[in-house]
Design a protein around this ligand. Structure first.
Ligand SMILES: Cc1cc2nc3c(=O)[nH]c(=O)nc-3n(C[C@H](O)[C@H](O)[C@H](O)COP(=O)(O)OP(=O)(O)OC[C@H]3O[C@@H](n4cnc5c(N)ncnc54)[C@H](O)[C@@H]3O)c2cc1C
Length: 270
């Protein structure tokens, strides 16, 4: 077992070719190993220049793959990022937030990853690099199932891109767990919208832990566009959610919870 922390992408690709496993904060990767010895060297991406920092670009924001939840909490960002900041404060504990990354959260692709709903609401895209070049994938297409992404051998994620957010957009995030802190979500909701004199515009609602992957609620987003009052959320608004029943809650409990969370969050945003 070896540990490599390169500063140049070419050295990272050499490590991937040699069978290295990518880590950032290691807060998902190490617990997943349990007692097993790592299968090969570890490639720590946090010193790669391409993975550092949060920067405003011409078309939005670039969040490097080494950016931690604490970095997001401290960053000066528009109010459309409030949901992402709220999610950051809910991830584990301060110690976890100080080392764990947003990109590690999405690459781990847990259905209960708290970062995914707010990033879906922000319309995030994933910057993937390989020796052959770069590709960008919408986050909604990047995560394909529980613990599954479109990443291939020889590829790593270097950043997230958030397109310019609509002027005046506001957002919120709520997570329900069995206790207040250090808890896996039963369900979580991120909402982004832009209040205008003629009603809400650019409405985006994303829900996590209620299906194999987090999803946007397109029908409800359309129903809310141009309105101003929080409606009663019905079953048809919650398509395509398909929660499982497990030790944390039944499928019906999860759907009821999500409906109530959305109604309350919309009332707060009104
Ligand atoms: C005590 C504890 C509490 C937690 N609480 C929460 C919680 O409340 N909510 C929540 O969502 N999560 C929680 N987690 C899970 C974890 O902390 C987060 O998912 C975190 O954001 C993962 O980031 P990381 O940098 O540590 O990822 P790592 O563990 O380093 O990596 C995770 C996965 O992503 C891959 N990866 C990482 N970076 C890249 C990259 N740049 N390119 C390609 N692949 C990459 C790794 O190979 C690995 O498969 C908790 C974990 C612990 C240990």
């Amino acid at each position: 077992m070896g540990y490599i922390r390169p500063t140049r992408l070419t050295d990272a690709f050499d490590a991937l070719d040699a069978g290295a496993s990518v880590i950032a904060g290691g807060t998902d990767w190490f617990p997943a190993r349990g007692d097993r010895i790592a299968p090969g060297p570890m490639l720590d991406v946090t010193s790669l220049a391409e993975c550092r920092g949060i920067a405003q670009t011409l078309d939005g924001w670039r969040i490097g793959a080494a950016v931690t939840w604490s970095d997001v909490i401290r960053a000066k960002l528009p109010s459309a990022f409030d949901a992402l900041k709220a999610a950051a404060r809910e991830v584990g504990s301060v110690q976890i937030q100080n080392v764990a990354t947003l990109v590690g959260n999405i690459c781990n692709a847990s259905p209960a990853a708290d970062g995914v709903p707010p990033l879906l609401a922000l319309g995030a895209e994933v910057e993937v690099q390989a020796r052959a070049g770069e590709r960008r994938v919408p986050l909604a297409d990047f995560i394909t199932g529980p613990r599954k992404t479109t990443l291939s051998a020889g590829e790593l994620v270097t950043a997230l891109h958030i397109p310019n957010v609509p002027e005046g957009a506001v957002s919120a995030f709520q997570k329900l767990g069995a206790r207040r802190y250090l808890v896996i979500s039963v369900a979580m909701v991120a909402i982004q919208l832009r209040p205008t004199p003629t009603g809400w515009k650019d409405v985006r609602i994303a829900v996590g832990a209620c299906g194999p992957v987090a999803s946007r609620l397109s029908a409800l987003e359309q129903r809310l566009t141009g309105t101003t009052a929080a409606p009663r959320v019905t079953a048809s608004d919650l398509v395509p959610l398909s929660p499982i029943s497990d030790i944390r809650g039944s499928d019906g409990y999860r759907l009821d919870t999500v409906a109530t969370m959305i109604e309350r969050m919309l009332a707060d945003l009104s």
